[in-house]
Design a protein around this ligand. Structure first.
Ligand SMILES: Nc1ncnc2c1ncn2[C@@H]1O[C@H](COP(=O)(O)OP(=O)(O)O)[C@@H](O)[C@H]1O
Ligand SMILES: [Mg+2]
Length: 130
């Protein structure tokens, strides 16, 4: 780990079991490995249904993974998002990691700029009237 590295994904796998379709198992992520450094712009490229959104949701702890670790540098220490307690995940979301949806209306009647600023308003870093 270098000091510049901010996210380390190692051996992450994720399956979905479709219980309403005879228990079919979808192997969506299989041993995903990558890291992201500060200032780096990373593009996740792949055909529709290849697991891009699943991986991003796992990075945000919306989806639990079956195996592997998702380590995020949070306030000077490493937090393993794949195994962290809910309280810790809330704290990481509040201060370290954000999510912008591909869908335009993330929050009804709130503009994209408003959605982007919501966390800063919540944290008191930005006035809701500005
Ligand atoms: N919550 C879910 N339950 C069951 N299957 C899912 C779920 N989310 C995604 N999938 C399936 O996982 C696969 C990858 O989907 P997704 O991550 O949305 O792909 P992408 O974002 O690359 O288009 C697809 O086959 C999709 O149907
Ligand atoms: Mg997607």
């Amino acid at each position: 780990m270098t000091t510049e590295t901010k996210i380390i994904v190692s051996d992450v796998s994720k399956t979905f079991v479709l219980h309403n379709q005879n228990g079919i198992t979808l192997d969506v992520l299989s041993n995903a490995n990558f890291s992201v450094a500060s200032g780096e712009c990373v593009v996740l490229n792949g055909r529709s249904g290849s697991g891009k959104s699943t991986l991003l949701r796992a990075l945000y702890a919306n989806y639990l993974v079956d195996t592997g670790n998702i380590e995020v540098e949070h306030q000077g220490r490493w937090v393993n998002i794949a195994k962290a307690q809910p309280r810790e995940i809330i704290n990481v979301r509040k201060h370290t990691i954000g999510w912008v949806s591909q869908f335009l209306r993330v929050i009804p009647r709130i503009s994209a700029f408003g959605s982007r600023d919501a966390a800063d308003v919540r944290n008191g870093w930005l006035s809701s009237s500005s």
